[in-house]
Write a protein that binds this ligand. Structure first.
Ligand code: FES
Ligand SMILES: [Fe+2]
Length: 327
């Protein structure tokens, strides 16, 4: 599960103030919550009394203005450092839960899951927020698959005709360039689509937003996310897909969408773009649940360089070894 990599657990907009949320990483569950002042905390999810899931409890604001998490079983309250006050006592206990270390950069909540960092947190998301507007998040879901299989799917430039055939009707993939920079890579390709009929467009007006040709620039940050940059005459979008190894055989994914309008109308389509992204992720999750794990690959297609890049980086993590896959 690539311990030592940073994982983006959430964007702050994915948390509601004083509403606990369960987060999983490396087979461990945590309860995460956001204070009224925006501070974010995470504790192991099993209550140290009798093991109830704290994420099923609620937040209570303490006299110092900070929120503590209340257990749904016997209502013991744990502060952000994992201490509680037992009934009939006025004193805080020592910490009974070890907080998960979070690194919050603006709205981005990163963690190394308690492991020693082996690769740095990429700065590109902080750059994006400077010139793009945040549109929202979507498609937050946990898929029953291992991290490697999820990453292979997301760096597969040939599955549009199968997995995503219903939405896009991509006729072919024209691969232009792959730039290998170690844990970062860029893929440039074009995908012409078969046209929709007028009747289909009238039935489903969202289809009018789909271009006749997708110009794709993928910026890959191994292993935790991919940015899909798209441009239309109305504006630019940066669609960021994140991956989190929840457990050996469970991987979470979600999308954060950023946009840069050249025309004000572009921002009005925010919901529509989010919906497209959700359909894409749902289709990916669906195929991931229909693959036999460990079946030997006897056929290789063109344009599998993204997957070769994933396999190489996975096998040599955290180092990057030859060959250079640029083409
Ligand atoms: S199990 Fe949490 S207070 Fe008892
Ligand atoms: Fe896909």
């Amino acid at each position: 599960m690539l311990e030592g990599s940073p994982w983006l657990l959430a964007h702050t907009s994915m948390l509601t103030v004083n509403q606990p949320r369960k987060i999983s990483l490396y087979g461990n569950d945590y309860v995460m919550w956001k204070d009224i002042d925006g501070s974010i905390y995470a504790l192991p999810n099993a209550c140290p009394h009798m093991g109830a899931m704290l994420s099923e409890g609620w937040c209570e604001v303490e006299s110092n203005g900070k929120s503590a998490i209340a257990c749904p079983f016997h209502a013991l309250r744990f502060d952000a450092s994992g201490c509680t006050v037992l009934p009939d006592s006025n004193k805080k206990t020592l910490p009974l839960l070890k907080p998960l270390e979070l690194i919050v950069q603006g709205d981005f909540i990163w963690t190394y899951g308690g492991y020693e960092p082996k690769i740095e947190i990429p700065s590109v998301l902080n750059e994006i927020t400077k010139s793009y507007k945040f549109l929202g998040h979507t498609a937050d879901r946990s898929v029953e698959t291992d991290l490697l299989t999820m990453l292979l799917n997301m760096h597969d430039y040939n599955h549009q005709n199968g997995t995503h055939r219903d939405l896009f009707r991509i006729t072919e993939v024209h691969f232009h360039q792959f730039v290998d920079e170690g844990h970062i890579s860029h893929a440039y390709y074009e995908m012409p689509t078969a046209p929709y009929s007028l009747i289909e467009k009238i039935k489903k007006p969202d289809l009018l937003l789909l271009p006749t040709k997708f110009n794709a620039h993928l910026e890959n940050h191994f292993p935790s996310f991919i940015i899909f940059y798209g441009e239309t005459p109305l504006g630019k979008a940066a669609q960021c897909h994140f991956f989190i190894p929840e457990a050996e055989n469970r991987t979470r994914t979600y999308v954060l969408m950023f946009a840069q309008a050249k025309h004000p109308i572009f921002m009005l389509f925010g919901k529509t773009y989010l919906n497209f992204a959700k359909v894409v992720v749902d289709q990916d999750a669906d195929i991931l649940s229909k693959i036999y794990p460990n079946s030997p690959q006897k056929i290789k297609l063109n344009n599998e360089v993204g997957m070769d890049w994933v396999k190489r980086n996975f096998a040599s993590f955290p180092n990057v070894i030859e060959p250079d896959l640029s083409k």
